[in-house]
Design a protein around this ligand. Structure first.
Ligand code: NAG
Ligand code: NAG
Length: 526
């Protein structure tokens, strides 16, 4: 079993315009006021671009088997178009990263797309709304296979394409910030699925025989549980919840077409609107067979669970992806939610999701690519007891799913560092390591969960409960020591401020007072 941690390019690298990198849609989006909380940007983020060695050191200390990272398309192809420009410095950067990992016996798992489309492709073609993305992305993927594929054996085409489609082109919360209600998400997803299939076939036809790697997709999905398990309407609504998230992408790839529930509901809503065809695009027969079976493994991201009930939305409300499925999501107020109130910790939902995948998609090989919890704390919170609890709960349920016969090969804790969290800026923290983003140094401080996760990895799971309790206790003790170190650090910063601001001020004041006294003295004696 493989244990690892993950991160993504835009969220951590910074250096947004260094060494020939082109702008991405996230650079453009964050540079517009009002798009991100407090107008924060990923311009420097964790400064990961300059801290590859430091971060590999952290990974070595954790003793992870793998590290999941993403490549910034615009860093190696500034306009996104291979025939226009390839940026050797960008290639060098990822070569150094990959080599550094391998020298430390850490397997790189590389995602080609974690949301940072080159801005030129957005401006010229409308990004994922345009079918031409298929070929541009395929060129990019082939360059990556050519340059890195001798060493990288695990490729992810897209990380969480659901968010790309829904938040990027439907609600506009994410870059490129388009609100193309009703069609935007479906069209983006349609092109992404076709692109994924094309890239898998490219690898299969051109690179596989020589490089012997795997190509998969990483889908992020919550679990939906019926509010009333005896109500068929609720059971169907909960099923739709999953099908509109996970099934939207997994069904075409594993079964050859969109889920029936999506085809039915979007089709019916479109007809009610008086549209001649469904807003959900269709695949031709050839496309279906071309797409089916194009994943050597399934990456799964999972964070939280919802109770789901049937709720018809009148079509007059305006049609959108978010009303097409006729359901309402509920939460149990008893579920812990340490961060923003979307991420409730519900470990049992994880096991159910994993079992659903096993039965729906023919027990595919699963790599858990994202699982973790955030916090909203504005200041240093190194003793993250709730993260330890979240990890323990979710790992336990994952291990139960393994016993259920689910074919899970790897677990990736999300994420290595506190990082730029999209439209939430730096206010939402997922890291095992804490970063003070105010400080230019971007020093990494271990939270208690680092110590805990290290033990999980060393033991390859959980031994007896008493031992695990000892890990928790020790992690909490260690964190309070680190906490003191962090306090001392901020004290040093504070003392620097004292010398920089207070001393000159006092000095100036003394001179002023002396002048006044001197004048006074002179006046008296004249
Ligand atoms: C795709 O891009 C081409 C070239 O710029 C353009 O002519 C076409 O209208 C675009 N299609 C969409 C759906 O935006
Ligand atoms: C930043 O890092 C440098 C070099 O490691 C160190 O000398 C300096 O004290 C640090 N500054 C702060 C404010 O942490």
């Amino acid at each position: 079993f493989l244990w690892g941690v993950g991160s993504s390019a835009y969220q951590t690298e910074g250096a947004w315009d260094k060494d020939g990198k082109g702008p991405s849609i996230w650079d453009a989006f964050t540079h517009v006021k009002g798009k991100v909380l407090r107008d924060e940007t990923g311009d420097s983020a964790c400064d990961g671009y300059h801290k590859v060695k430091d971060d590999i050191q952290l990974l070595k200390e954790l003793k992870v088997n793998h590290y999941l990272l993403s490549i910034s398309w615009a860093r190696i192809m500034p306009t996104g178009i291979r025939t226009e420009q390839v940026n050797e410095k960008g290639i060098q950067f990822y070569n150094d990263t990959i080599n550094g990992l391998l020298e430390s016996s850490i397997t790189p798992i590389v995602s080609l797309y974690h949301w940072d489309l080159p801005q030129v492709l957005q401006e010229k073609y409308g990004g994922w709304q345009n079918i031409s993305m298929i070929n541009y992305f395929n060129d990019y993927a082939n360059l990556c296979f050519e340059k890195f594929g001798d060493r990288v054996k695990h490729w992810i085409t897209f990380s969480d394409p659901w968010a790309v489609a829904e938040k990027g082109y439907e609600t506009g919360e994410h870059a490129p910030g388009l609100k193309l209600g009703g069609c935007g998400a479906y069209n983006a997803a349609h092109h992404i699925i076709k692109t994924h299939a094309k890239v898998w076939h490219s690898y299969n036809n051109t690179w596989r025989s020589e490089q012997h790697g795997m190509v998969g997709i990483s889908l992020t999905s919550g679990w939906g549980e019926p509010v009333d398990p005896h109500s068929q309407a609720d059971i169907d609504a909960a099923e739709r919840y999953i099908q509109f998230h996970l099934g939207w992408f997994a069904n075409p790839i594993y079964r050859g077409d969109y889920p029936e529930a999506m085809k039915n509901y979007v089709g019916r809503k479109s007809a009610q609107q008086g549209l001649g065809t469904s807003r959900l695009p269709t695949f031709s027969v050839q496309e279906k067979s071309y797409i089916k079976g194009t994943s050597d493994f399934l990456g799964i991201g999972h964070f939280t669970t919802r109770y789901v009930t049937q709720k018809s939305s009148p079509f007059l409300q305006g049609s959108s992806y978010n009303t097409d499925h006729d359901l309402a999501e509920l939460v149990d107020p008893k579920w812990p939610a340490p961060g923003y109130e979307w991420l409730y910790s519900v470990p049992w939902g994880f096991r159910r999701l994993l079992n659903f995948i096993k039965t729906q998609y023919g027990n595919p090989l699963i790599y858990v690519t994202q699982n973790g919890v955030s916090e909203k704390a504005p200041c240093a919170q190194l003793c993250d007891a709730w993260r330890i609890e979240y990890l323990q709960g979710h790992l336990n349920e994952m291990l139960k799913a393994l016993n259920d016969g689910v074919n899970i090969k790897a677990y990736t804790a999300w994420s290595l560092l506190d990082k730029f969290e999209w439209n939430k800026g730096f206010s939402e923290r997922f890291g095992l390591y804490y970063i003070d983003f105010q400080n230019k140094n971007k020093t990494r401080y271990p939270k208690a969960s680092v110590d805990y996760y290290k033990n999980v990895i060393r033991a390859n799971g959980f031994p007896d409960p008493r031992e695990v309790e000892k890990w928790r206790q020790k992690a909490m003790d260690t964190c309070s020591i680190t906490h003191q170190l962090l306090d001392t650090d901020s004290l040093i910063t504070h003392m620097e401020m004292v010398t920089e601001i207070v001393l000159p001020t006092i000095f100036t004041l003394c001179i002023l007072i002396s002048i006044v006294l001197l004048l006074f003295f002179l006046q008296k004696h004249s």
